[in-house]
Design a protein around this ligand. Structure first.
Ligand code: AMP
Length: 421
């Protein structure tokens, strides 16, 4: 797990702010859930890949608990319990740290941050389309020049598996292997289930289908799965979602990938991952999970959601060398010229802060020249030098550290003068 020094911490908070802003723009309300939850809850539907990487321990009460490896289980818990009577649709947002015992490498950490959006209560394609649009808003809002969406539909593979009578656990194992692009192993698992030759041929052809021509790929997919009714409906659902995105007049760079699978077990519909060029790791991932809330004891409730990796958005920005557009506030250091004036320095600092000015007070009792030298080095804009003589006149010396100019300013005019320069 890493430390974030001020510059990185600042970038991280900047992205978090953008994520909150997108939540507001799209009507998502923030909830804050605990970092530690019961192991049973977190592991119930996480999928083997995530489950095996959880930080699990016994608390002092002897309960099996874990650090959250994702937000969705916690949100599902809320929707199944305290929020069960809330009117639908419910739009919920969370942002915070996530823990997985992954192999640390560039863009892969054991503690990382996610922004997470869930739209709960709608089965309709406009809900899936909204998740794609808000992701695009976040990536662009954070300053990424471009991002690309990889989109698939779990219902296509599951439709074939179900009709072929393949058991759920074998389906999940095969899809986890496909998620890791281990197609040979996936097909070995599928063959062992005794799938028919027709089913195998369909799957082999299907996993080759991908492309940016959404309509063209969808047509080929439908042709490929034409004998499997549920799989055909899944492709039609995907087409509807992407048609709505296109009619919103938002241009998304979409690649449809028929054999796309995701490690988490609970997806039931569209699945998505977001990338930026030059960075071969996903910046976000999610999809539709219509049965999860029911599994946590709630009413049958459809839902669709996405989680974005804040650390990876940060990497994407660093990769692009995008300079942060930070609103520059004026900064001030207050230097009392003798220890007897420290109280006055603190009083003036509070006055400036009330006026919204960023203030540091000299805290080491250094000579004025030393304190000013230090302020110069740090790029502070102004020094307020507090001296007996000026105070008697209700004034201080205001020094513009960039221009190296100094003048006496009445205390009542200080905030205004600093703001105007
Ligand atoms: P997932 O829940 O696995 O789909 O993850 C959603 C997003 O979280 C991914 O697209 C990444 O951006 C981010 N993410 C997942 N695992 C890690 C990790 N170990 N380190 C940093 N970011 C991660």
């Amino acid at each position: 797990m890493r430390d974030f020094l001020p510059e990185e911490a600042h970038l991280m908070k900047f992205i978090e702010d953008k994520a909150r802003r997108v939540a507001q723009l799209y009507g998502y309300k923030e909830v804050i859930t605990p970092v530690v939850e019961s192991y049973e809850l977190l592991s119930a539907k996480a999928g083997e890949e995530v489950r095996s990487r959880m930080f699990v321990f016994k608390d002092l009460g002897g309960r099996d608990v874990a650090l959250r490896p994702e937000f969705t289980a916690s949100v599902a818990r809320l929707v199944a319990t305290v929020l069960r009577n809330e009117a639908k649709p419910l739009r919920l947002f969370c942002v915070g740290s996530i823990y997985r015992y992954d192999e640390p490498q560039r863009g892969r950490y054991r503690e990382f941050w996610q922004s997470n959006y869930e739209l709960i209560g709608s089965t309709k394609p406009e809900a899936d389309a909204e998740i794609l649009l808000l992701t695009d808003s976040l990536m662009k809002g954070a300053g990424l020049l471009s991002c690309a969406f990889k989109i698939g539909h779990v219902g296509v593979l599951r439709g074939i598996f179900d009709q072929e009578g393949i058991k759920d656990d074998a389906q999940s194992r095969a899809m986890q292997l496909m998620d890791k692009k281990q197609y040979d192993d996936a097909f070995r698992v599928i063959r062992e289930t005794g799938m028919t030759a027709r089913g195998l041929q369909t799957l082999e052809r299907l996993v080759q289908l991908r492309g940016k021509d959404v309509k063209g790929v969808a047509k080929e997919m439908k042709d490929c799965v034409r004998d499997y009714g549920k799989a055909v409906s899944a492709v039609e659902n995907l087409e509807e979602i992407l048609e709505l995105v296109s009619r919103s007049r938002t241009t998304l760079d979409v690649t449809v990938e028929a054999g796309f699978a995701r490690g988490l077990e609970y997806y039931t519909g569209m699945i998505v991952e977001v990338y930026v060029p030059d960075l071969n790791i996903a910046l976000g991932g999610g999809g539709r999970y219509d049965r999860l809330i029911e599994l946590f004891g709630g009413e049958p409730t459809p839902a669709v959601g996405i989680a974005h990796g804040i650390d990876r958005i940060m990497l994407g920005l660093q990769e692009q060398k995008t300079a942060l557009k930070v609103e520059e506030e004026k900064s001030v250091v207050i230097v009392p010229i003798s220890p007897s004036l420290i109280g006055d320095a603190l009083r003036l600092a509070q006055l400036l802060r009330t006026g919204g000015v960023h203030v540091e007070v000299e805290a080491m009792r250094r000579k004025t020249s030393k304190a000013l030298e230090d302020a110069n080095r740090k790029g502070v804009d102004f020094a307020v030098i507090v001296g007996e003589k000026e105070l008697k006149e209700d004034a201080v010396a205001l020094r513009d550290l960039r221009k190296r100019e100094q003048k006496a300013v009445k205390i009542e005019k200080l905030v205004e003068t600093i703001r105007q320069v």
